[in-house]
Design a protein around this ligand. Structure first.
Ligand SMILES: [Zn+2]
Ligand SMILES: [Zn+2]
Length: 379
């Protein structure tokens, strides 16, 4: 079939490399073969791919995954070829946003209406396979590099399950469209679907990267009366102020007390995006009695969180996790794009840099240092 070969891809060779990555270069751009799309799959030409903290967590070992792996999971591109059975839903030339759990549609969690928790999708992602089984990448030595979360966006072309692609209007710029696949879906979903922010509520957001700022934008859309943004990086706090944060804090040991003071006893809803177990504990305590704390952070699997246990019952607190926006991506991504088009989700403000594929290592240094919000590889 019309699979281009070879395909240039940024491959993570080993996890846990020491920084700076500009020197250790854990990601190497290599030429790989890509098998044609199988049943239910699409060949997609990637046009824009965002650098997300979850990619960095694979690079630094916080989120162990099989390697070598073609990294990247936040992307937009163009459908190039259709696998059998996808012709009714997609056409060549369609612009698509990819998302990072391909739901099988038939497991208990899918049937429950929670595709983010799809059992087959999660198993495939953990194995570095596609949900259709196996891998489509092949290197010159006959090895088969892993897929990253069914997407593998840091490549000129990729093969994905059609169930992890959503068609979008062709006039939406690719670098904007890509953000809806992870940062916006995760952050806005955390605020709207998981925390269920209501008009007039007081909200705090811990961590003001791409996901945290998206949560802030989601809280704005929901009509929050107060939004406290917490981040140690001054430039991010400043951006949060432009995007609607009413109060800003630098975090640290006094963060809980400071949020309580600003909100008159604790926020109604708190969103933690930091991936730090210690900050998650702060986010929990920064909510008022009866309040809800939502976390989208993904700390290392060995990390535990310590909370004053009695407060859950005695103060009727809620602590919940949120993955993939706690909704239905195929429905939510177009809905959030519609909000963007109305000017209610100014996500272009999150874009802090554009990179070439061979600059991803430098990009991850900027992400790790806190200098960058959302950098996008243009392909
Ligand atoms: Zn992500
Ligand atoms: Zn499923």
């Amino acid at each position: 079939m019309n699979t281009p070969a070879p395909v240039r891809a940024a491959v993570l060779e080993e996890i846990g490399a020491a920084g700076p990555y500009a020197r250790s270069r854990p990601l190497r751009v290599r030429e790989l073969e890509l098998a044609p799309p199988g049943p239910g799959e699409l060949l997609v030409r990637i046009r824009a791919a965002g650098l997300c903290h979850s990619d960095l967590s694979v690079v630094n070992g916080d989120r162990p995954r099989p390697v070598p792996m073609v990294l990247g999971h936040e992307a937009a591109g163009e459908v190039v070829a259709l696998g059998p059975g996808t012709e009714e839903r997609f056409s060549a030339g369609d612009h698509v946003v990819l998302y990072f759990v391909a739901p099988c549609g038939g497991c208990p969690r899918c049937l429950e209406g929670r595709p983010a928790l799809c059992e087959r999708g999660a198993a495939a992602n953990n194995a570095g396979d596609l949900v259709g089984g196996g891998r489509r990448w092949r290197d010159a030595q006959g090895g088969q590099p892993a897929h990253h979360l069914g997407v593998s966006a840091f490549a000129e072309y990729t093969v994905v399950s059609a169930d992890s692609a959503v068609r979008v209007d062709a006039d939406l710029p690719f670098e904007v469209a890509a953000l809806f696949g992870c940062a916006v879906l995760t952050g806005v979903g955390a605020a709207l679907k998981a925390a269920e922010v209501r008009p007039g509520e007081r909200v705090a957001v811990f961590g003001l990267g791409g996901v945290g700022l998206s949560a802030l934008l989601g809280a704005n859309v929901a009509g929050a009366a107060q939004i406290v943004g917490v981040d140690p990086v001054a430039a991010k706090r400043e951006l949060a102020g432009r995007l609607g944060a009413t109060d800003r804090l630098s975090g640290g040991p006094d963060a809980v007390e400071a949020v309580r003071e600003l909100t008159g006893g604790g926020a109604d809803k708190v969103v933690d995006t930091t991936g730090s177990a210690e900050v998650l504990a702060q986010a929990y305590l920064a909510a008022r009695p009866g309040g809800t704390t939502v976390t989208v952070g993904l700390p290392h699997p060995d990390r535990h969180v310590s909370l004053p246990a009695v407060t859950l019952a005695a103060q009727e607190r809620t602590l919940r996790g949120s993955y993939l926006g706690s909704g239905v991506p195929a429905r939510d991504i177009p809905a959030y794009i519609a909000l963007y088009r109305r000017g209610l989700l100014p996500v272009t403000e999150l874009l802090s840099g554009r990179l070439r594929l061979d600059e991803v290592n430098e990009g991850f240094d900027r992400l790790a240092s806190g200098e960058a919000v959302r950098q996008v590889v243009e392909l």
